[in-house]
Design a protein around this ligand. Sequence first.
Ligand code: SF4
Ligand code: SF4
Length: 469
Amino acid sequence: MQHEDQEEFRDRIATVDEAGKRKWIYPKKPAGKFTNRRNWVSYILLAFLFVGPYLRIGGEPVLLIGVLERRFVILGQSFSQYDFYIFVIMMIIGVLFITLFTVVYGRLFCGWVCPQTIFMENVFRKIEYWIEGDYKHQLKLDRQEWNGEKLRKKALKHIIYLVISFAIANTFLAYLIGSEALIEIITDPPSEHVSGLIGIVVFTIAFYFVFSKLREQVCTTICPYGRLQSVLLDKNSIVVAYDHVRGESRARFRKNEDRKSEGKGDCIDCHQCVDVCPTGIDIRNGTQLECVNCTACIDVCNSMMDGVGMDRGLIRYASEHEINTGEKFRFTTRIKAYTGVLIILIGVLGVLISARTETDTALIRTRGVLYQKMDDGSYRNLYEYTIHNKTNDTLDLEFRAISPYVGRIEMIGAMLPAPPAGESAGSLFIYIQEDSIPSGRPKIEIGVYEKSTGRLVEDVKASFLSPKR
Ligand code: SF4
Ligand code: SF4
């Protein structure tokens, strides 16, 4: 039950005051089991992020999002415009995945994996705690007149912020243009890479602005994923939740009191869960779209419960249904089914990616040209071929028959190697002995092989025309 004076949170978001001005959030430094776990996850993800552009799989980057050059590499596999269908399927699977994942697991992604949360809470905020102290010291420092101490602390903090923003900008650029191109920008004379250097400066300023000024506003007012919560979450979604059944009526703690007989709940109204929240909300008001599931309030509430000798878990990962019914969390059929669908979606994507070929070949009978009967009793058809090379290496290829009844393949002119992300095109004849031609309109299967290794790169099918019906 909310009292009228507790309904104020519905009027405006926690970071805006009555006059519509931004309220700066000074969250208390979190500590506890979940914070430690999140720290470790973020250190691992940060290590991957910064090392990622320099890691190679089969000579290719682990991830390259070359929007400018239309070159994409995922887990060492190159994608080009010929793989557009995979991107479309990836996007459909991505949307489905996000929807299903959020319906079941709420904003788990925001708290544990999102780069904004990781950088904000585990990098920039930590530097702030280190230089300016915990929330009360930060508040005091901001309110005090400018003096030597304030100048020194603020200058040091913002210089470190700029250095880290610069590092993030370089890494971000490395994912866009590749680590080799980034190293060239850094090592060559500046005059040779003016646009690249401008890019680094622009990204550095953007990241610095996001993490020093914008902060939680990215999650609470800008991020589209945050906006979607209200339609994706339902009463069974797992979220960071306050157990209002157990916690209400909230009342200050007094030693040796019998809270139950006095009609008091387990919430001792210590306000710690609000003090620690990086988005400034009171989780006791229920699930709110500003909550990024950072778990700070779980940790602090657990430590308060320990302090007063009550059970942990007043704030915990739980669904609204669990809290209202008192049921313990269990993997319901629904969660299992959704998780199963998520695993299948990932599997489908994995199969699609692993089944893609290095080339995309078109082998088409030349229009308007009929079959020819040869002196040796065979028939031949004229074809035009185009081989799109989807890799970043030159491919020296040749055609070989796969269908056993195909006699021979005769190239018209030399077959040129297909350059990286380019194509090789030309014409060829395919011969089949008359008595070997299958009846009907046979489909012939031709293999595209790598010359040097004899490896089958792709197989293509084409029709063959003859008087035989
Ligand atoms: S930290 Fe726990 S006990 Fe303290 S106000 Fe929040 S919910 Fe209540
Ligand atoms: S309510 Fe709790 S989990 Fe949500 S953002 Fe605030 S501290 Fe983090």
